[in-house]
Write a protein that binds this ligand. Structure first.
Ligand code: 13P
Ligand code: 13P
Ligand code: MG
Ligand code: MG
Ligand code: MG
Length: 361
């Protein structure tokens, strides 16, 4: 039977502010999955910034009610502890009081895929803090469609035919499939607008799953700003798919993403080790971590903390220079997000307050 790799994540309270997860919460999550997760083959619990990440393998398929409930209950228990410790924003991403069949729409981010485990199955779990699902568009494009990033597209006969992208419209809730390379120019029209369109899945031309991202936009669900979605992404590697190094390569350039400070600023995505995934300066800059695992009959062999590598030192240095530069702009665009973006989050309250003071000309 096929293996399912499920990653479910949430911020249920920050330690301190929005910087990190308290270690007691991680212990609670581990204990919960260990004791209640009878259907799991294996799991790995970690955190990036203030987000708890539950990485799980099983044979129950995607959207499985028991697996989703297990994750919900684990995060809920962590949230209870967060309340007791009066952590910041305790229960932040748990929008509903009770579980109802599927964790999607309840606040936590979800990325999961089901596949036949190959002879060797290297996977990477990318996890970001202080940004949003659209932050994966640029790196996914580079990994699966840009031969200057992924030379396998040119020289590996198993990749030469290109990949298939599923793009999701997070505002109108609809999806479209693009075949690359032929649809690249059409696709870029949409995926360049990262606040609205998000690459949700990438398939091979044989419809084998290659990558899945979390695309929930919590603030749309909540109707007000309650934090960024701090997305996750699963990428399968090698053997007709991008090499591990091709999947990591896009992060060598710290591109700009939305989500820094109050979810309302653009800033450089800085690749870091788990140890350094504690965003402090102006609550950032946005972080990305990459954990590698080899699957062995569903067992998670790992992790390998990829961005520990000194090869990403220059990306970090450059990111810090960009951060210094862009911070000087203070509340001005394009450091601050454009009005349309803030319309869904922080802006309506200020606009409402000043409504009476505007005079028509
Ligand atoms: P190794 O010979 O180290 O396995 O490298 C193979 C490869 O293709 C790396 O991209
Ligand atoms: P989080 O989504 O990581 O909680 O970030 C919230 C925020 O506004 C930080 O300034
Ligand atoms: Mg937070
Ligand atoms: Mg966060
Ligand atoms: Mg968040």
């Amino acid at each position: 039977p096929k293996i399912t790799l499920t990653v479910i994540k949430a911020d249920v309270g920050g330690f301190v502010g929005h910087t990190d997860v308290h270690p007691e919460l991680l212990e609670i999550a581990k204990k919960h999955l260990k004791e209640k997760g009878k259907m799991l083959i294996d799991f790995h619990v970690t955190r990036v910034g203030d987000d708890i990440e539950l990485i799980m393998t099983h044979r129950e398929g995607i959207d499985n009610e028991e697996v989703h409930k297990l994750a919900w209950d684990a995060l809920w228990s962590c949230g209870e502890k967060a309340k007791e410790l009066k952590l910041y924003g305790a229960g932040q991403d748990l929008l509903k009081d009770s579980f109802s069949g599927n964790i999607k729409g309840l606040g936590p981010g979800v990325a999961e895929m089901e596949f036949e485990e190959r002879k060797s199955e290297p996977v990477i779990i990318f996890m970001a803090d202080k940004t949003e699902p659209g932050a994966w568009n640029l790196p996914l494009y580079k990994m699966f469609a840009d031969p200057f990033n992924t030379v396998g597209l040119v020289i590996d006969p198993n990749m030469h035919q290109g990949f298939r992208f599923e793009v999701y419209d997070m505002i109108e809730h609809k999806k479209i499939i693009f075949d690359t390379p032929q649809d690249i120019y059409d696709m870029l029209v949409f995926i360049g607008a990262t606040g609205r369109y998000s690459i949700r899945k990438v398939y091979t031309k044989n419809n084998e799953i290659a990558a899945v991202s979390s695309t929930q936009r919590m603030n749309f669900m909540a109707g007000k700003y309650i934090g960024k979605d701090d997305p996750v992404l699963i990428v399968r590697c090698q053997n007709g798919l991008p090499a591990v190094g091709e999947a990591l390569e896009p992060f060598a350039n710290p591109y700009l993403v939305a989500g820094w400070m109050r979810g309302s600023h653009n800033g450089p995505m800085i690749p870091v080790s788990l140890e350094n995934a504690v965003p402090t300066r102006f609550d950032g800059p946005p972080r990305v971590c990459a954990l590698g695992f080899q699957l062995a009959e569903g067992k998670l062999i790992g992790p390998q903390d990829f961005f520990k590598d000194v090869a990403f030192d220059n990306a970090r240095k450059k990111a810090l220079e960009i951060a210094d530069y862009i911070r000087k702009m203070g509340p001005f665009e394009p450091h601050r997000l454009p009005l349309e973006e803030l319309e869904y989050t922080t802006l309506p309250h200020v606009v409402e307050k000043l409504r009476e003071r505007w005079e028509k000309e």
